[in-house]
Each structure stands twice: as C-alpha cells, then as structure tokens.
Design a protein around this ligand. Sequence first.
Ligand SMILES: [Ca+2]
Ligand SMILES: [Ca+2]
Length: 80
Amino acid sequence: MRKTTMTFAAILATASIAQASNMAEMDANADGALSVEEFTAGHEGVDPAVFTEVDTNKDGLIDPSEYDAATAEDGVLAES
Ligand SMILES: [Ca+2]
Ligand SMILES: [Ca+2]
C-alpha cells in the first residue's frame, strides 16, 4: 500500500517537471528554439501546418515566447 502511494507521488512529480521543461526537452540541439523537426518530434502526429501557425514571426523557428503563446489558454497548442 505504502509503495503504491509513493509511486503515485513520484509520477505526479515527474509530470509537473515535464510540463515545466516541455520546450527545453524538445530542443534537441539546445539552441533555445524549436525547428520544425524538433517540434514535430515533440508533438507526435502533429500537422506540420501547426508549426507555421505557432511560428508567428515566420523565421522558421519557434522561440520560447511563440511557444508560450501557443500553449496559452487560447493558443494553437492549448490542451482542450
Ligand atoms: Ca533547437
Ligand atoms: Ca519564430
């Protein structure tokens, strides 16, 4: 019983960390921005057209502010 509770707590902790560093985890070359390859690898099954939508300044990279905007409540990547 005790072990089950501990495991559940560990899963919760891991989930909140993953949420916070989501973009950093997808940033495979650690340049602080997401290429279309990094973005589609991080969002399995995503339509590449979504990348274009998230990349609001159309420089071919998603920077943290663009990613934040996309994951905000009314953003393209908002979880429904
Ligand atoms: Ca990158
Ligand atoms: Ca951009």
